[in-house]
Design a protein around this ligand. Structure first.
Ligand SMILES: Cc1ncc(COP(=O)(O)O)c(C=O)c1O
Length: 384
């Protein structure tokens, strides 16, 4: 008997939503024939560190060789920086790969994974892609409700994903809240603490994940080179956790997951503290300006600890994104993340932010729905 392909693919794979990435600038420019700015994927508007670019250029000359499949040098350097052993570090193809592998190591049909509504879409996708049952707790004050997550743990729970600061809401929790949460959650549930935006946070009481890791070996902390280090295009991130978990994830990854160019750039970027500081400072100033300008326009952005602003808009959110697109400003509608009445705006360069503010003022001055409309779904719902 023959089967159609659909019949052969497990339901939990067929039912997965496709990840919807921010629209590439080139695509918008080609389709609309205008100059566009992208404030949709929380990238660093300053670009990569010059030292990282130089190291990447040098590494290109050896691109005929396979990379160091274990990212040994990078793990050694990170180990020294954080006071952990190299075997407690996993270097991944972006932190996205580690989010996926953690679920693949721990989940199977019948087991459960928990995250919050209104958080990074890959958490839910990773849980479901591994055949696990996804449990979502509601947001509280636009942030993780750690108490609700602790209450949602059952004997089937194997993994919990939390992002601090959170994407897309931009809020963060403090060390005391995480400490209380870790005490409540059983030691056989892995807590994945995703700190992709940590460097941008102003809050002084953020958890010290490495200290907590000494106390709780069910903690896996994720960091990335995609945000403040400006290397999103090179796809490199890392996780620090229990050596057994790291060893199992190493079995599942592809043998040469991280490129030699990415490893070289990441090593050089770690050495360029000045670039990181400058990126954080510019972001802080521009985030404040954007926040104030949005308030002047009558909007109510949520105070952010990141390089983006979450703005509740109401039913017009999606149309507003489409209207901005017509003016060459790409921001993120959040309907596909379960937040159809909000938008997310990445903090760009001063000039990009000025363009956004102008376009937003223009769109908001028009009565809702009177703008030229885009074949909206053609633009914003297409997975890329
Ligand atoms: C919370 C969070 N974690 C992880 C990532 C993915 O980072 P990477 O580029 O390292 O895969 C993102 C990217 O937007 C993110 O927002």
């Amino acid at each position: 008997m023959t089967h159609t392909l659909e019949e052969l693919i497990p339901d939990y794979i067929q039912g997965l939503p496709a990840y919807v990435a921010g629209k590439p600038v080139e695509e918008v420019e080609q389709e609309l024939k205008i100059h566009a700015v992208k404030l949709a994927s929380n990238e660093n508007p300053l670009g990569p560190s010059p030292k990282a670019m130089e190291a990447a250029r040098r590494a290109l000359g050896d691109a005929n060789w396979y990379p160091d499949g274990g990212s040994k040098r990078l793990r050694e350097v990170l180990g020294l920086r954080f006071g952990v052993k190299a075997e407690e570090i996993f270097v991944g193809l972006g932190s996205s790969e580690i989010i996926d592998l953690a679920s693949r190591v721990l989940l199977k049909p019948g087991s459960e994974g928990i995250t919050s509504e209104g958080s990074f879409a890959l958490f839910s996708i990773a849980i479901r892609a591994s055949g696990g049952k996804l449990i979502l707790t509601p947001l509280k004050n636009f942030g993780f409700d750690l108490e609700a997550i602790a209450r949602a743990v059952t004997p089937q729970t194997r993994i919990v994903y939390i992002a601090n600061p959170n994407n897309p809401t931009g809020t963060a929790f403090g060390a005391a809240e995480l400490g209380a949460f870790m005490k409540k959650v059983p030691g056989d549930v892995l807590i994945v603490l995703d700190e992709a935006y940590r460097e941008y946070a102003d809050r002084g009481d953020l958890p010290k994940a490495m200290e907590l890791f000494r106390e709780y070996n069910n903690l896996l902390t994720l960091r990335t080179f995609s945000k403040v280090y400006g290397l999103a295009g090179l796809r490199i991130g890392y996780g620090i956790g229990h050596p057994t978990l790291v060893a199992e994830m190493n079995k599942l990854r592809t043998p040469f997951n991280v490129t030699s160019v990415g490893q070289a750039a990441a090593l050089a970027a770690l050495d360029d503290a000045e670039h990181v500081e400058r990126s954080v400072e510019i972001n802080r100033a521009e985030r404040k300006r954007l926040y104030e300008e949005l308030r002047k326009l009558g909007l109510a952005p949520v105070a952010s600890e990141t390089n983006f602003l979450f703005v509740p808009i109401g039913p017009r959110a999606k149309t507003l994104c489409d209207e901005l697109l017509q003016e060459g400003v790409i921001i993120r509608p959040l309907g596909w993340m379960g937040l159809p009445e909000a938008i997310r705006i990445s903090v760009g360069s001063p000039a990009e932010n000025t363009k956004l503010i102008g376009a937003l003022a223009h769109a908001l001055a028009r009565p809702a729905g009177s703008g030229k409309t885009v074949p909206a779904d053609e633009f914003s719902n297409r997975p890329v």
